[in-house]
Structures are given as structure tokens and as C-alpha cells.
Design a protein around this ligand. Structure first.
Ligand SMILES: [Zn+2]
Length: 232
């Protein structure tokens, strides 16, 4: 399902506007560079709600952290954050990796997941679903997911060793090197765990570098987008 709208530099899932208690979005370039930045006031203003933020120190792992308050500068190493606290935004930073937001409307619990290829194949999405279940009782069939702007299969060229880590249907056999469909790999993993609704932004960050930060397009100095989700 692809149904998104952009306002004020933030891309949102249109269907989630029905959840008046939910704050969510994926930032675009016009919302600014969130590399290393953790200014609660600016973040909550840009995303339109919340009081504090919890963004981990991302290490391309499969680790999930639970947040019960803003983390400030004492951020744990993790690549996913779960919370059910009102006013707290769980967030991840990306520039080509897939940001994935999860919401359980039944239990009112949320997660933000940084799914680059390493984290995805290591199981960071499955671990986030497991943690939502163990902390808040969330069932996969109640959870809805949104995959934000990420590098598309058009541009995600990888070596054969990386391609071999993905299911064959997520690999496009191009010459000289294969390409991976990261969003498809994310969807496949979520669906295999019983998550029925997955929304996409479906915008390649590298092809659309005027709107999004891209590590592949701009190199190590690329800025970072912030994707965040929380309960009002
Ligand atoms: Zn592309």
C-alpha cells in the first residue's frame, strides 16, 4: 500500500491520520539534517507533537531498546526503539537505510527501526516485533508498518556476498553486480511474522537526492533524515 502525503518537510502515511493519538513521520531534506542532533524542542515542533525524543546510537545491529523517557545524550547502542509512553518520540536516523515505523493501535505501542541491510538480515525487524510483544503484549496481526524513504532497487548495487544474504525474490540479477530490493526484503520479513499491513513511501533516496539525504549519493558527509513515531 502506497498512500503518503508530505507537509512541512515530513512525509506521513495518510491512513495513520485516522489515529488522532499518533505522531509519526519521515523527515525530508527540507526539514534539516538530523545527524547527531537531538534537540527535543526542534524535533517535536517539526513532527507536530511530543515532549521528548529517544534515538539510539545506531550500530547496524539487531538490538532493540525500550524507552520510557527522553534519552538526551545518554543514548544506548541499538537499532530499534519501542515505547508506549505518551509524549515520547522514538526515532531513527537514516540516509539510504530503510526507516521502518511500527504501530499497534490495539495496545497503543510503537517502534522505530533502522533497517539497513546488516540489521535487516540480522533480524532487527523480528526483534522489534518480539519486543513489542514482550513489553506491551502486541500481536503481529494488530501491527501496522510503514517503510520510509530508502535506497531503491534501482540504485542498491551490492556484492555477491551481500546478495546471498537476501531471499532470491529480493535480489535483481543485474550485470556487473546484483541489486537488492531492501523495501521488499523488509516487507517479506514483516509479512512472514504475520504483520498484515505494510505501507511504503517508495521513493529512492539516491534518485531523489534533491529531497532526501543519500549516503551512496553524497558519501560519508551525507546528512541524516529522522523518522519518528510516538503517542500524544
Ligand atoms: Zn534509485
Amino acid at each position: 500500500m502506497q498512500a503518503v502525503r508530505e507537509h512541512g518537510g515530513i512525509v506521513r502515511v495518510a491512513a495513520w491520520n485516522a489515529y488522532s493519538w499518533l505522531i509519526h513521520g519521515f523527515s525530508t531534506r527540507s526539514a534539516g539534517d538530523f545527524r547527531g542532533r537531538c534537540d527535543d524542542e526542534a524535533v517535536t515542533r517539526i513532527f507536530g507533537g511530543g515532549k521528548a525524543t529517544a534515538t539510539p546510537r545506531q550500530v547496524h545491529s539487531n538490538r532493540v531498546a525500550r524507552a520510557d523517557c527522553g534519552w538526551g545524550n545518554t543514548r544506548p547502542e541499538a537499532d530499534a526503539v519501542v515505547t508506549d509512553r505518551c509524549g515520547l518520540l522514538a526515532g531513527v536516523r537514516t540516509a539510504d537505510c530503510a526507516p521502518v515505523l511500527l504501530v499497534d493501535p490495539a495496545r497503543r505501542a510503537v517502534a522505530a527501526v533502522h533497517a539497513g541491510w546488516r540489521g535487516a538480515v540480522a533480524g532487527v525487524l523480528e526483534n522489534a516485533l518480539d519486543r513489542l510483544n514482550s513489553e506491551f503484549g502486541s500481536q503481529p496481526e494488530d501491527i501496522e508498518a510503514a517503510v520510509g524513504p530508502a535506497i531503491g532497487s534501482c540504485c542498491f548495487e551490492v556484492g555477491p556476498a551481500v546478495a546471498a544474504r537476501f531471499a532470491p525474490e529480493c535480489v535483481i540479477p543485474r550485470k556487473p553486480r546484483p541489486h537488492v530490493d531492501l523495501a521488499a526484503a523488509v516487507r517479506r520479513r514483516l509479512e512472514q511474522r504475520g504483520v498484515p499491513r505494510v505501507f511504503y513511501v517508495e521513493q529512492c533516496t539516491k534518485c531523489n537526492s534533491d529531497r532526501f539525504f543519500s549516503h551512496r549519493g553524497e558519501g560519508a558527509g551525507a546528512g541524516r533524515a529522522l523518522s519518528a513515531i510516538g503517542i500524544r
